[in-house]
Write a protein that binds this ligand. Structure first.
Ligand code: WQD
Length: 338
C-alpha cells in the first residue's frame, strides 16, 4: 500500500517514514528541501534498508501537486507534515505562513477530494489550546484565539479538513502534538534546526556541544513548582508510531467519526529546569544556563491527557524523558563529530 508523506525529510516526517517502512508500507516522500537535505533520505535508507520514492516538489505550486497525483494514482493515504513551523518568524512574516501552510493544504485537498477513498493525517499542535484552563489537557478543551500566525494555520488547517471531509470520501485524523524531541536510536536521523534553535532541547544539546555559550531560561516566575514553564516532551519515535497507528485505523475503517482528533504527548509535564537537570544526568556534564525574562507568547503549562489516544487509538508513548534526551544528545554528538 502506497502512502504519501509530505515533508517526509523533516524532523517528524523522516522518523515517520522509517516507522511506515517498518510496518511494510511503500512510501513516497514529497519535500522541497527548504528545511531538510538529501542526507536525510540516505539516513532513512541506512535504517530501513530501503529508500523511499522521492519527489522534490514545492506544494505551493498547484500545477506540481496536480502532476504528482497524475503520476501517482495509487496513493491510499497521506500524512501531511510539510509546513513552516517557526512561531517568531510567523509573526514577522504572516503571509509566508498562510501561503506555506494553508495554500499547500488546499492544493493537496483539491486533489484528494476527487478520490474514492482516502485517509489523511494532519500535523496539528497543542498550540491550538493556548493556555488551557485545566491540566492535563483533553481534546475537548476549547480551541483558543491563536497567539501567532503559525498557531492560526494549525487551527484553520483543522477546520479546512473538517469541511472537506464533510463533502468527500476523505477520512482524517488530526494529531495534536505536544513537544517532540529526540532522535532515532541509530543516530542516522534527528532534528536539524536552521540557524539558532528556538526550541529548548536543540538549544540544550548545541550548548552542551559548545556551539552556544549558554542557555537562556525564559522566566522563573511562573506559577509552577520551580517557577519555570511546563511542557510535555515526547520522543519523536513515539510520535512517529502514533502516525502509523492512526493511519492503520483509517485504512481499516475503524474510525468512529469522519474526522477524529487525538492529543499525542506523554501525559507528564516537565519544567524547563527539570529538563536541564535530566539532560545533565544523561550527558554527565553541567549545562551553563542563566535565567532571563519570559518569552512573549509562552504559556505557563501545557501537558496532555492521553486517555483518548491510549484507549481509542491504542497508542501510548514508551520512552522516558531521559531516554529521549539521551537520543537527542547522541545525535548532536554524531553530527558535530562527523
Ligand atoms: C519549551 C519551553 C520555553 C528555548 C513551540 C511551538 C509549538 C510547537 C513546538 C512547532 C518553553 C523554554 C525554550 C530556550 C527556554 N511547534 N525555552 N529557553 O514553545 O512549547 O512550543 O515548539 O513545531 O507550537 O509553540 O517549545 O521548545 O520553544 O519551549 O527556556 O532557549 O522551553 O520558554 O517554556 P514551545 P520550545
Amino acid at each position: 500500500m502506497k502512502i504519501l508523506v509530505t515533508g517526509g525529510l523533516g524532523f517528524i516526517g523522516s522518523h515517520t517514514v522509517v516507522e511506515l517502512q517498518h510496518e511494510g508500507f511503500e512510501v513516497v516522500v514529497i519535500d522541497d528541501l527548504s528545511n531538510s537535505s538529501m542526507d536525510v533520505l540516505h539516513g532513512i535508507e541506512k535504517i530501513s534498508g530501503k529508500q523511499p520514492e522521492f519527489e522534490n516538489i514545492d506544494l505551493r505550486e498547484k500545477k506540481s501537486v496536480q502532476d504528482f497525483f497524475k503520476k501517482y494514482n495509487d496513493i491510499s493515504g497521506v500524512i501531511h507534515f510539510a509546513a513552516s513551523k517557526a512561531v517568531g518568524e510567523s509573526v514577522e512574516n504572516p503571509l509566508k505562513y498562510y501561503e506555506n501552510n494553508i495554500n499547500t493544504l488546499v492544493y493537496l485537498l483539491q486533489e484528494l477530494q476527487q478520490k474514492k477513498e482516502v485517509s489523511f493525517i494532519f500535523s496539528s499542535s497543542c498550540t491550538v489550546y493556548g493556555q488551557a484552563a485545566t491540566m492535563p489537557i483533553t481534546e475537548s478543551a476549547p480551541v483558543q484565539q491563536a497567539m501567532s500566525p503559525y498557531g492560526n494555520t494549525k487551527q484553520i488547517g483543522e477546520e479546512i479538513i473538517r469541511d472537506v471531509a464533510n463533502v468527500s470520501e476523505m477520512n482524517a485524523i488530526l494529531l495534536r502534538y505536544f513537544n517532540p524531541i529526540g532522535a532515532h536510536s541509530s543516530s542516522e536521523i534527528g532534528e536539524l534546526p536552521l540557524g539558532v534553535p528556538q526550541n529548548l532541547v536543540p538549544f540544550i544539546t548545541q550548548t552542551a556541544i559548545g556551539l552556544r555559550k549558554e542557555l537562556s531560561v525564559y522566566g522563573d516566575d511562573y506559577a509552577t513548582l520551580d517557577g519555570t514553564a511546563i511542557r510535555d516532551y515526547i520522543h519523536v519515535v513515539d510520535l512517529a508510531k502514533a502516525h502509523v497507528i492512526a493511519l492503520q485505523r483509517l485504512l481499516a475503517n475503524k474510525n468512529q467519526e469522519k474526522v477524529e482528533t487525538f492529543n499525542i504527548g506523554t501525559g507528564t509535564g516537565s519544567s524547563v529546569l527539570e529538563v536541564i537537570h535530566a539532560f545533565e544526568k544523561v550527558s554527565g556534564q553541567q549545562l551553563p544556563y542563566k535565567i532571563v525574562g519570559r518569552r512573549e507568547g509562552d504559556v505557563t503549562s501545557a501537558y496532555a491527557n492521553t486517555d483518548k489516544a491510549n484507549n481509542i487509538l491504542g497508542w501510548k508513548s514508551q520512552s522516558t524523558l531521559e531516554e529521549a534526551l539521551q537520543s537527542a544528545w547522541n545525535w548532536e554528538q554524531k553530527i558535530r563529530n562527523k
